[in-house]
Design a protein around this ligand. Structure first.
Ligand code: FA5
Length: 339
């Protein structure tokens, strides 16, 4: 079969094609599965090596030429079709299209990403745990037995499952899950969504985000906790940010503290954002309780560490001076588009 003759014929047909359908048929006829050119390629196997090489090259050159011709013809035909439609209707096809609206990351996600970046620079890895959690990980393994009053503080939504399960009330279960599977030294943060059964107001939601931190090694003390937290807040809010630790109670840390930052709005003088206190509570923290270490098989005489849990929503509120947590979940674009 004469390749040149096929080429000429195909070229001619492409040039005289009247519409896209004609073009499709030409592609099928020459380049489709059983097309003339494809068949030539199949027949190469019966030729000598030299013939195969030469003919193979010629076929490929012809294929490329035809494909280029087809593309140019497609553009010419499309223009022609548009002109025809334009002549037939009174729609202005040159009018610019309506702008597609492009979304962006939610402010809490933006803050989460920034926090991960800061802690990564301090050598922390990111760990995750499930939002639907077992009673064991959310409470018992964290030294909160069944009748402990602390369970009331963390009331939640129970799931109708065979094994007693709930929507986790904090990110602290990730501490236990991680320590079960990894040997110290451990340095992790665990950001995530959590749930609580409680009344909402401008700083409380039933669904919000926390950031857990955990560091376990042989000689960790409360001053390591203070140093890391201070470094974090200064990177997040700016170099001047002051923090303070206040004594507190959590069943899974001993001693326990609340972490406050000096109010960024009034610089400690007292204003409505900090309820005139000059300081704002950002999260809980402390040295991991020996019972928690024991529950994951670690010897508290050999290993110590600190843990902290901060509210991501509250951090975002402070960063962007938002005075109502519920705005984050309202889906109101007038609010979200400001970030
Ligand atoms: C806890 O959840 C502990 N798991 C924190 C912790 C971790 C202590 C590790 C010690 C060691 P708490 O319930 O106080 O603690 O919540 C921690 C932070 O979450 C609060 O300081 C606050 O910033 C945020 N938070 C608590 N409740 C809400 C709520 N309803 N809405 C928004 N943020 C909340």
């Amino acid at each position: 079969m004469d390749l040149k003759e096929i080429g000429k014929r195909a070229e001619n047909e492409i040039r005289t094609a009247q519409n896209q359908n004609d073009l499709k048929k030409i592609v099928q006829k020459y380049l489709g599965k059983t097309g003339e050119i494809t068949q030539i390629l199949h027949s190469l196997k019966n030729l000598s090596n030299d013939e195969k090489k030469q003919l193979g090259q010629d076929v490929n050159i012809l294929k490329t030429e035809l494909m280029n011709l087809i593309s140019s013809k497609e553009i010419i035909l499309a223009k022609k079709e548009l002109e025809e439609i334009e002549n037939k209707t009174d729609i202005d096809l040159t009018m610019p299209a309506r702008q597609a609206s492009v979304g962006h990351l939610h402010p809490i996600t933006q803050v989460e990403d920034r926090i991960i970046e800061i802690f990564s620079n301090l050598g922390f890895e990111v760990a995750q745990g499930p939002e639907a959690e077992t009673e064991w990980y959310n409470f018992d393994a964290l030294n909160i037995p069944k009748d402990h009053p602390a369970r009331d503080l963390w009331d939640t939504f129970w799931l109708k499952t065979e094994k007693k399960m709930l929507l986790r009330t904090h990110t602290s279960p990730v501490q236990v899950r991680y320590m079960e599977k990894h040997v110290p030294p451990i340095k992790i943060i665990a950001p995530g969504r959590i749930f609580r059964y409680e009344a909402t107001d401008s700083s409380h939601e039933i669904n919000f985000y926390q950031l857990e931190g955990l560091m376990i090694d042989r000689d960790i003390t409360l001053s390591d906790l203070k140093g890391i937290i201070e470094k974090f807040f200064q990177a997040f809010f700016g170099g001047e940010t002051e923090i303070r630790l206040r004594p507190s109670f959590f069943p899974f840390t001993e001693p326990s503290v609340e972490v406050d930052i000096k109010c960024l709005l009034c610089k400690g003088k007292g204003c409505s954002a900090c309820s005139q206190r000059g300081w704002l509570e950002m999260g809980g923290a402390g040295m991991v309780h020996p019972e928690v270490l024991k529950s994951v098989g670690l010897n508290p005489k050999q290993w110590q560490g600190f843990a902290f849990g901060m509210g991501l929503d509250r951090l975002t509120m402070m960063k962007y001076k938002v005075d109502n947590i519920r705005l984050f979940y309202s889906g109101d674009l007038r609010f979200l588009e400001q970030f």
